[in-house]
Design a protein around this ligand. Structure first.
Ligand code: NAI
Length: 700
């Protein structure tokens, strides 16, 4: 036998144990001995039935993704061959599933005649999340077991199915609370004595009948589930493949599924999504924060300020089951803030995404106060007050005096210097930035800002807490705007000039939405409110000809029904406004700018390329530790299309040499700094990738 696959006998039942830690993925070194064992058992007349289970914490959790795009991935015996071997057994085969049966794991289990499971087991085909589809019969077998409608939703979403639903839907035949393998053996034995017929999943057609008779109805379901596909190919191919299970004979559907898989696995979108999968894991690894650095215990969190961000931040912790004390300046502001949180939860209940019970439980973990002394029992305090250094310093000074020794003090500042804030306390080692994104209870990204003096275990605690509340953390260094907002400023630097020189807001926004962003910058500005930037510019003594003029006319965006666009009563759909175009023309004349036609290409070059250049500067200064961390920031916090893998990954595909050349062109033409290629940008262009470009390291 092999260290990965062992077979033992319980009378005439053979029990096959797979043991490929940590998650029993289907590596070639597992498939080979498994295939050999199955062939032996098939031909062994003394074996009446076979039970397959896994050692360790889970059933097969999927393919071995480190084998992707390597010869090992398809080397014989491949998963499809293994499943054929299983499916043609003339004696019962039973998969005994605990933990997670995901991807190839579930596909293998569907090659068995029967599936039994532990009550806590989960089942899923999450390939779509890597830009793929299940490529070993998942799209053809799952509809036969649970019906095409449920299979469509499971495969297109990639979301898991719990044991209870799996039993109700027919994915598994029995669920047990304990003694899974012993129960599986009994299940096999009872099946044999009852003379249960052995019908391979491929031959089960009953559940396909209704949808086969109403393909038009099934197509409208497809259209519905694809609404969330966001320009990605994989969800569409998943749906096509499930449809093929209805319209094609089994083997033809299987071959077509494989064809789609090969197309997707070779495509840029899947490469981008797999890059992001690994990037997210990588981002959690931070230099100097090894397993020896233990996080501090966080049992209660304090939040200062119950405004837009404070409320959302508090909800994030409540959602993660962590009690929160929220503090405001006045009773009225506190009540308003808590009321808003309650209202937000009520909307979730109304939409059916949360139960009334869960809402009550979460609000039950919240207490409000106007008294700093009530924060004494908080282990972590997140400040989300006005974005003014004076106010922040005052708040941190107070926190320093009231909070426990060892309590961590965090600021949600968007731009301010975290080291300066830390210096207003007697414990700079316990201070850091925790930059949430709006709406904070929804957005996944958390920039963890590591100050010059932040202690390693404070960073470890932030990473741990982020995981507990379901955020995607990226550790960044201190600079104006950190990684995300700093790059956003570079992306926005040319927007006003593009308008003055001849573009319209709609033309610019279309370049962004065509690229795959959910929204263009002008529609986004209208959504966020143009008055915020206006006030900010005024305080800094800066101007923006078009945006300032709009604000002077009271055009603050959606909230006033007018901004860069016009919004009809009750609508959020932006409509081009001739008045805005006239205003832009007038401002161009005033500033002596000759208007001309501006191409989509020019718009992309003057917005996206400076953003990449700034990303290179961020890397050069060690504000981000890796290019892939920047990709995680942009795909989780700013709507960068995931099918393009984040700005730095996309830039490499676009061609770093081409980007440098065009940056130089625009730099020569305008003399503006945003176009001046950074040293690291040039080096990366020569190397063809950011990976080998070194940084000087604030966080690196
Ligand atoms: P906001 O104006 O909605 O809320 C600030 C709240 O803080 C107000 O309710 C105010 O009463 C309270 N407050 C002010 N001084 C206080 C004090 N001394 N003690 C207790 N409470 C006090 O502002 P918002 O948008 O929530 O921003 C808060 C912070 O979060 C700022 O630093 C901002 O830069 C940052 N941020 C904002 C984002 C956004 O999209 N709005 C995104 C990420 C960060």
């Amino acid at each position: 036998m092999s260290q990965y696959v062992t077979v033992r006998r319980e009378g005439d039942i053979a029990v096959v144990t797979l043991d490929n830690p940590p998650v029993n993925s289907l590596s070639h070194h597992l498939r080979e001995p498994l295939d050999a064992a199955l062939r032996d058992l098939r031909d062994d007349a003394s074996v009446a039935a076979v039970v397959i289970h896994c050692a360790g914490r889970t059933f097969i959790a999927g393919a071995d993704i480190t084998e992707f795009n390597t010869p090992k991935a398809t080397a014989s015996p491949n998963l499809r061959e293994l499943i054929v071997t299983l499916e043609t057994f003339a004696k019962p085969t039973v998969a005994a599933i605990h933990g997670t049966a995901f991807g190839g794991g579930l596909e293998l289990a569907m090659g068995c005649h029967f599936r039994v499971a532990d009550g806590r087991a989960q089942f899923g085909l999450p390939e779509v999340k890597l830009g793929l589809l299940p490529g070993a019969g998942g799209t053809v077998r799952l509809p036969r077991l649970i019906g095409p409608e449920k299979a469509l939703s499971a495969i297109v979403s990639g979301n898991p199915i719990g044991a209870e639903a799996a039993l109700a839907d027919g994915l598994v035949d029995a669920v047990y609370d304990d003694d899974l393998v012993a129960n599986a053996i009994t299940f096999a034995r009872e099946g044999i004595s009852a003379g249960k017929p052995l019908v391979a999943v491929r031959d089960r057609e009953k559940k396909l009948a209704a949808a086969r008779n109403d393909l038009a109805g099934f197509d409208s379901q497809i259209a519905e589930v694809l609404k969330k596909a966001k320009g990605l190919d994989a969800p569409k191919r998943c749906a096509d493949a499930v449809r093929n299970a209805l319209t094609m004979p089994f083997d033809e559907a299987l071959v077509t599924e494989r064809k789609y898989f090969v197309e997707l696995v070779d495509g840029d979108q899947s490469k981008a999504q797999r890059h992001l999968f690994f990037a997210q894991r990588e981002a959690a690894k931070v230099q100097g924060i090894g397993p020896d650095v233990k996080p501090r215990a966080v049992k209660r969190v304090g939040v200062i300020g119950a405004g837009t961000m404070g409320g959302g931040i508090a909800m994030s912790f409540l959602n993660g089951g962590i009690p929160v004390t929220i503090l405001e300046m006045s009773k009225e502001a506190l009540e308003r803030g808590i009321h808003n949180m309650e209202k937000n939860y009520a909307i979730s209940v109304q939409r059916g995404s949360m139960s009334e019970d869960a809402k009550t439980k979460r609000m039950g973990l919240l207490s409000g106060t106007t008294n700093y002394a009530d924060l004494a029992d908080c282990d972590l305090i997140v400040e989300a007050v006005f974005e003014e250094m004076g106010v922040k310093k005052e708040v941190f000074g107070k926190l320093d005096t009231v909070s426990n020794l060892g309590a961590i003090l965090a600021s949600n500042t968007s731009y301010l210097d975290v080291d300066e804030i830390a210096a207003s306390t007697s414990r700079p080692a316990d201070v850091l930035g925790l930059h949430f994104f709006s709406p904070a209870n929804v957005m996944k990204l958390l920039e963890i800002v590591r100050g010059a003096k932040t202690a390693p275990d404070v960073i470890a605690t932030a990473l741990d807490v982020a995981r507990r509340i379901g955020k995607v953390p990226v550790v960044v260094g201190v600079c104006h705007g950190f990684v995300g907002n700093r790059m956003l400023a570079s992306r926005s630097a040319e927007l006003e000039d593009l308008l003055l020189e001849g573009a319209t807001p709609a033309q610019v926004d279309k370049v962004f939405t065509d690229f795959g962003w959910p929204m263009g910058p002008f529609a986004m500005g209208d959504l966020a409110g143009l008055d915020i930037g206006w006030r900010n510019r005024k305080s800094l003594g800066k101007t923006a000809a078009v945006a300032d003029a709009l604000c002077e006319q009271g055009r603050f965006g959606q909230k006033t029904g007018k901004g860069f666009y016009l919004y009809e009563a009750g609508s959020r759909a932006p409509k081009s406004d001739p008045e805005v175009e006239a205003l832009i023309e007038a401002k161009a004349r005033e500033n002596g700018v000759n208007r001309r036609d501006i191409s989509a290409e020019e718009i992309a070059e003057r917005t996206m390329y400076p953003m990449i250049n700034e990303g290179a500067k961020v890397l050069e200064e060690g504000i981000a530790a890796r290019a892939s961390d920047i990709d995680i920031v942009w795909t989780n916090g700013y709507g960068f299309p995931i099918g393009k893998g984040g700005p730095m990954f996309w830039a490499e595909l676009e061609g770093l040499g081409k980007i440098v050349e065009r940056l130089e062109y625009w730099h020569g033409k305008t003399g503006k700094d945003v176009f001046d290629p950074s040293a690291l940008m040039r080096r990366a262009a020569e190397a063809g990738s950011f990976r080998h470009a070194s940084s000087t390291g604030k966080v690196a």
